[in-house]
Write a protein that binds this ligand. Structure first.
Ligand code: NAP
Ligand code: F7E
Length: 341
């Protein structure tokens, strides 16, 4: 019988790549989708016709228990979150509820449906749980590069909420013997990345300028440095983590750092443009507290899981620029479009 996976965050960037990967591995894939008329669900259905949808919301404990009861998954991937860091200052409480407390609700749904009582510490065995932890937990970094043992100093309500979910996942593993792991993933991007994140904002901006649809691009802090990889590579790591003999947490990244300025240069160069003629520095886009640099040491994942990234920074940027030029040339609207490359 096919193994069954339940993915929260199915309408997001990672949900789509993970679903494709699991379907290719022969899984029966279920996606948790919220809202009564969510346009992102129809976009997802067009791209991923073989994914089955179950309704639920990370804010609603009962809906998660019903979803787990109905699907009876072998593996649960909790990717659902408010994931845009600036929004976490604007809606800090909602971020805590979805990105933080949502992890508790999902773990509780699995615990209850697996029949693990609070008094027992026997291995609950059946359902395996993946939590989408984030390099944002490192925040103001204690050391570089960051490993599984580096301490946390989150710099946003988002980072704080992720740290809660991370520790809670460890705690359920230790308290109930659950197979529950966290992937501490560094920034990963793709042509399906949300338009609010800096890589996609830049590649869409380049495409608009190239096609004569815009004449400038406003950006915030150009000096921040990130470890950017390709989302398609990172979802392979999520799956590998749940196949390991023992549940452990892993750092996933490329080990290479680039600044936003270098990202901008690479994207404009890929389209044959000089960035300095178009980019405007906008102080209002700076964050109340910035994460200056993030750089992964993915050695544990390489050695224990055999995981390696396959797409370089330059190839990733070129892929996104080409995709956005193609999308806009065909009249697509990335803000509300149903087309997904
Ligand atoms: P994304 O594109 O922003 O997708 C977020 C998903 O969360 C969407 O499917 C959204 O569904 C869902 N969601 C939001 N509120 C929800 C709720 N109340 N109940 C259920 N689902 C809800 O994020 P992503 O880039 O794919 O990232 C996936 C996960 O990895 C997130 O947890 C993110 O924080 C984490 N992460 C991402 C990165 C990265 O670089 N991409 C790095 C580290 C960790 P709707 O369509 O209904 O809004
Ligand atoms: O910002 C700077 C900004 O919004 C990257 C999420 O997936 O990865 C992501 O979080 C950097 C920051 O991603 C603009 O100040 C400059 O230093 O693309 P971003 P993020 O905040 O790193 C982590 C790992 C996650 O877990 C998150 O869910 O770019 N920057 N100018 C800008 N950023 C944006 N968005 N827009 C600008 O105009």
């Amino acid at each position: 019988m096919a193994r069954r996976a339940l993915i929260t965050g199915i309408t997001g960037q990672d949900g789509s790549y993970l679903a494709e990967h699991l379907l290719a591995q022969g899984y029966e894939v279920w996606g948790l989708a919220r809202g009564q008329a969510n346009p992102r669900v129809s976009r997802m259905r067009k791209l991923l016709a073989d994914v089955q949808v179950v309704r639920g919301d990370l804010l609603d404990q009962g809906s998660l228990i019903s979803a787990v009861e109905r699907v009876q998954p072998d593996e649960v991937y909790n990717l659902g979150a408010i994931s845009f860091v600036p929004m976490s200052w604007e809606q800090a409480e909602l971020t805590a509820e979805v990105t933080g407390m949502g992890v508790l609700r999902m773990l509780e749904a699995i615990r209850v449906c697996s029949g693990v009582s609070r008094g027992s510490n026997t291995r609950s065995g059946q359902m395996r749980f993946y939590q989408a932890s984030s390099s944002e937990m490192f925040g103001q970094v204690a050391e570089t590069p960051q490993t599984e043992r580096t301490g946390f100093h989150p710099r946003s309500p988002y980072g704080v909420a992720k740290a809660y979910g991370h520790f809670l996942t460890q705690n359920y593993r230790e308290s109930y013997g659950m197979y529950a792991v966290s992937g501490i993933l560094f920034n990963h991007e793709s042509p399906r990345r949300g338009a609010e994140f800096v890589t996609r904002k830049v590649t869409l901006g380049v495409a608009r300028i190239k096609l004569g649809l815009a004449s400038e691009l406003r950006l915030g802090n150009l000096e921040a440095r990130r470890d950017w990889g390709f989302a398609g590579d990172y979802v392979r790591a999520m799956h590998l983590m749940l196949q390991a003999a023992a549940p452990e947490d892993y750092v996933i990244g490329t080990g290479r750092m680039k600044s936003v300025r270098e990202l901008v240069e690479a994207a404009f160069t890929a389209a044959g443009l000089d960035w300095e003629q178009y980019v405007i520095r906008d102080q209002t886009l700076h964050r109340p507290a910035e994460v200056d640099l993030l750089c992964a040491d993915p050695k544990k994942a390489r050695v224990q899981l055999g995981w390696e990234p396959t797409v370089s920074f330059d190839d990733l940027v070129a892929m996104m620029v080409e995709s956005d030029i193609r999308l806009l040339s065909n009249g697509g609207d990335p803000d509300q479009d149903s087309s997904w490359p």
